[in-house]
Design a protein around this ligand. Structure first.
Ligand code: MG
Length: 250
């Protein structure tokens, strides 16, 4: 995972530019996600947009991963491989994308409803988004990593949801994965102290049932053990004297 890097204003400007493209991908996915579309079509459109912006998608080729986005459906938590799967009414689909531009990365994820979804699944999406928003509020100078994780965990577990332990958020900058790990669980007031210029990818992965997951035989796709649905929302966030600044936004 390497070392913690502290970013200056120029670095942050570059991360924000990459993050703007991540946000553009999310707008495009919002338009495209509907019953009948394949996950490969979503990925192709996302990668085309990134290419038009003269940026790259560093997940393509990372440890052999074959696409520029990770697309995970229903009980798939993360790292799903885009392919021929046709989205159906009532599915949820998580799109996770890293964009690299001018040497810096931004990373984000959104979970979309495919057509009309069940109210309990919509609630999972709403709560996971809230977990992200509230976790980000804790990303302040002088707070600690445990303040972020404990807030996410508190919100999710109050709803009876699971917090995935085996995969966590991370630092980000020139590399898409830098130190430190950013767990979605923890103890408030514990862990690494947050300082000006840290940039973190905060990414709650929240499950409707057990938090336990395993990886499919494709070597990538992580699914819940009980096959219940999972949601994933992620933003890249800079820690600044003005408070947390979300980089993956328009
Ligand atoms: Mg990501």
């Amino acid at each position: 995972m390497g070392m913690i890097t502290i970013k200056n204003q120029d670095d942050l400007a570059k991360i924000r530019k990459a993050g703007h493209i991540v946000a553009e991908v999310f707008e495009l996915m919002q338009e495209m996600v509907r019953p009948g579309v394949t996950t490969a079509e979503l990925n192709k459109a996302a990668e085309a947009l990134i290419k038009r912006r003269n940026a790259t998608a560093p997940t393509r080729g990372y440890a052999g991963f074959p696409a520029g986005t990770c697309i995970s459906v229903n009980q798939e938590v993360i790292h799903g491989i885009p392919g021929r799967r046709v989205l159906q009414e009532g599915d949820i689909v998580s799109v996770d994308v890293v964009v690299q531009l001018n040497g810096f990365c931004s990373d984000g994820a959104r979970t979309y409803a495919v057509g009309k979804i069940a109210p309990d699944i919509q609630h999972l999406l709403d709560v996971t988004q809230l977990c992200l928003a509230e976790g980000i509020k804790q990303a302040r100078i002088g707070n600690r990593l445990g303040d972020i994780g404990s807030r996410v965990q508190q919100i999710a577990e109050a709803e009876g949801y699971g917090v995935v332990r085996d995969y966590v958020g991370h630092g980000i900058g020139r590399e898409m994965h830098e130190a430190p790990d950013v767990p979605n669980y923890g103890v408030a007031g514990r862990g690494l102290r947050l300082v000006n210029g840290m940039v973190l990818a905060i990414e709650p992965m929240i499950t409707m049932g057990t938090h336990e997951v395993y990886c499919l035989n494709d070597g990538w796709t992580v699914v819940t053990k009980d096959a219940r649905p999972s949601a994933h929302f992620e933003n890249t966030v800079a820690i600044t004297p003005d408070g947390p600044q979300i980089m993956t936004t328009l």
